[in-house]
Design a protein around this ligand. Structure first.
Ligand SMILES: NC(=O)c1ccc[n+]([C@@H]2O[C@H](COP(=O)([O-])OP(=O)(O)OC[C@H]3O[C@@H](n4cnc5c(N)ncnc54)[C@H](OP(=O)(O)O)[C@@H]3O)[C@@H](O)[C@H]2O)c1
Length: 281
């Protein structure tokens, strides 16, 4: 599996669609992101009870259908919907809200009550019906991922039908994944989709980060994003509803940090020296 994304920055949509008053500006934000080149949008059936997916559906309709094939839409099934049939019903609901014929990457949001095999059978059926292109997981630590991959292997899934991504919390302030999960992802050629890459917004206000970023002509948020995407095979999905922040985040796509800067960041946010539980928001 090659790097399955066309760029290293995508748009998160958690907390969009939660109120009627903000939906107009959120819709504008998604449309703006698409207009400047964002080609990955992350969402979930859980976000605003489906309203985030509805907003994306409206944005896709407004910008015209011809862009759809170049956009990667990621959505997620709730764990308590992840039975063999439940996955199909949940995906059909997401597709209806998105106004799309297919979802590019459909992820199990986090581990739940259903055996992995059941969920995987549902996901394979979705692929056979053409309703999803790829599947993956989210919030899986190394042990869970290994078990999931063993289940795939026991089901004899062809390589093109196996997991393409693990979406986890990964940011300067949440580096636990580096200890064992990221090496496993690299070894298995599975991409890392870094959620909350700005620590939910806190890193943008971090004084120490600001002081490293300023001489580089960057904002703290941009430095935090450039740091996340330094990892191979990694995409970061910052969420913003502000036109200027969406622009600033997109400008990080090709930033490469020097060894000195990476060293300064290690001083400020130490890498993990031992296994730590995977951070979850
Ligand atoms: N799989 C999961 O369990 C899971 C969990 C959490 C998140 N996610 C996904 O990951 C996405 C991103 O994570 P997140 O929303 O938790 O946090 P985040 O992207 O780390 O931070 C979002 C916050 O940072 C602000 N921000 C964005 N760009 C900025 C910039 N350039 N300068 C200053 N502030 C900036 C945003 O402000 P404004 O919005 O006010 O513009 C927002 O308050 C989510 O939207 C969702 O799609 C997945």
């Amino acid at each position: 599996m090659n790097y399955p994304f066309s760029s290293k920055i995508g748009l998160g949509t958690w907390r969009m669609g939660e109120s009627d008053q903000s939906q107009k500006s959120e819709l504008k934000a998604i449309e703006y992101a698409l207009s400047i080149g964002y080609r990955l949008i992350d969402t979930a059936e859980m976000y605003a009870k489906g309203n985030a997916e509805r907003l994306i559906g409206k944005a896709l309709k407004n910008i015209g259908g011809n862009l759809r094939s170049s956009i990667t839409i990621v959505s997620k099934v709730l764990p308590h919907h992840a039975s063999k049939n439940g996955v199909i019903t949940a995906c059909e609901g997401s597709l209806k809200r998105l106004g799309c014929d297919y979802i590019d990457m459909y992820l199990l949001h986090w581990m739940g009550p259903y055996p992995f095999q059941e969920t995987l059978e549902g996901l394979q059926l979705l692929k056979e019906k053409g309703l999803i292109k790829n599947h993956g997981v989210s919030n899986f630590d190394q042990a869970a991922l290994k078990k999931w991959l063993e289940t795939e292997k026991s089901m004899d899934l062809a390589e093109q039908n196996s997991t393409v991504t693990n979406q986890v919390y990964y940011a300067l302030s949440a580096r636990g994944a580096e200890f064992d999960l990221i090496p496993t992802l690299i070894e298995r050629n599975i991409s890392l989709m870094a959620y909350s890459p700005l620590g939910g917004g806190e890193l943008a206000k971090h004084k120490g980060l600001q002081s490293i970023a300023k001489p580089l002509g960057l904002s703290a948020a941009q430095l935090a994003l450039a740091w996340v995407i330094r990892q191979p095979n990694t995409v970061a999905i910052p969420k913003s509803v502000s036109i200027s922040k969406i622009f600033d985040n997109w400008a990080c796509t090709d930033l490469i940090l020097s060894k000195d800067t990476l060293g300064d960041l290690d001083q400020l946010f130490a890498p993990p020296l031992a296994k730590v539980p995977l951070a979850v928001i």
